[in-house]
Ligand binder design. Sequence first.
Ligand code: TYM
Length: 332
Amino acid sequence: MKRMLSGIKPTGQLHLGNYIGALSHFVESQEEFEMIAFIANLHCITVPLEPSELQKNLHDCVALYLACGLDPKKSTIFLQTDVKEHAQLGFIMCCHTYLGELNRMTQFKDKQAKGESNLSGGLYTYPTLMAADILLYDADYVPVGEDQKQHVELTRDVAIRMNHRYGDLFKVPEPLIPKVGARIMSLTEPDKKMSKSDETNKGCIYLLDPLEIARKKVMGSVTDSLAKVHYDPELQPGISNLLQILSSLSNNRPIGEIEQEFEGKGYGDFKRAVADVVCAKLEVIQTEYNRITSSDLIETTLQEGAKKAQILAAKKLAQVQQAIGMEIIPKE
Ligand code: TYM
């Protein structure tokens, strides 16, 4: 059975972009693949966060994994720091990545270009930790949104380089990017990605937003004056974004079919239809979230998941250290 691995870094609350671009695909994949889904808490500390806020985000992230349908019986779900091999292989990956490669990572460059001050060294090197996250488990596929594609490509490059130098150590993974919904945009600034760090809070729908707030955000989303529901990300970025959301949340209904349904109708009707599917989805997720947070499922899931992941990770790390010549006494 092919293995799939992915993670989310809850530096903020999970949003609809995370769900459509990534989490919903983890859930689908667990039926067909061996799914490993972790919570990237080491990645979270690449940006400053209040400890209490970080802890709440991590807790909610696990609860939302489960509420969205990840099943601990089918998938391995764990907290990154519960498997210490991530940090250790991360350093090894860092030592096999060139500065020139890190300098090309657009996420870091974008933050730098915005003039954000005091960016951490961890933020700069984090793609190498991500490479370790993936390569530790010999993942075949990595389901991610568009913004993470470059990091998976770097992972492939480093894996190929190390395989070449030390013999076949790693499986070279492939990114899996959804055709629709790989880059959900902000509702207020549809030229920017929907993001956890949305400052106005109006462009981002959080999975735990009260339903009436989520509805207001959709109804208040920025559109255009062309008055037709048509998919054209250049000319109609707001409408195209809503089309992607509607299509993704209604079992990948073809966008052309939705365009036809709304031919001759106003944007108000269209937005109401989008708000309806968004609220229906959030309602199901939130009902599950409430059930899960009042049970001991989070604890048992993380304990079981870490145990399973640790076995795989320890084996791979020992193999890597041995191949590099770092061990004196063989571990296996
Ligand atoms: P993160 O936490 O920023 O995002 C988690 C997942 O959500 C996707 N995503 C989106 N998809 C569509 N539209 C959006 N607006 C949107 N925003 C986010 C991301 O592409 C991602 O798939 N570095 C990763 C976490 C990570 C990881 C890994 C992922 C750490 N190690 C190993 C895969 C494999 C990150 O910061 O994702």
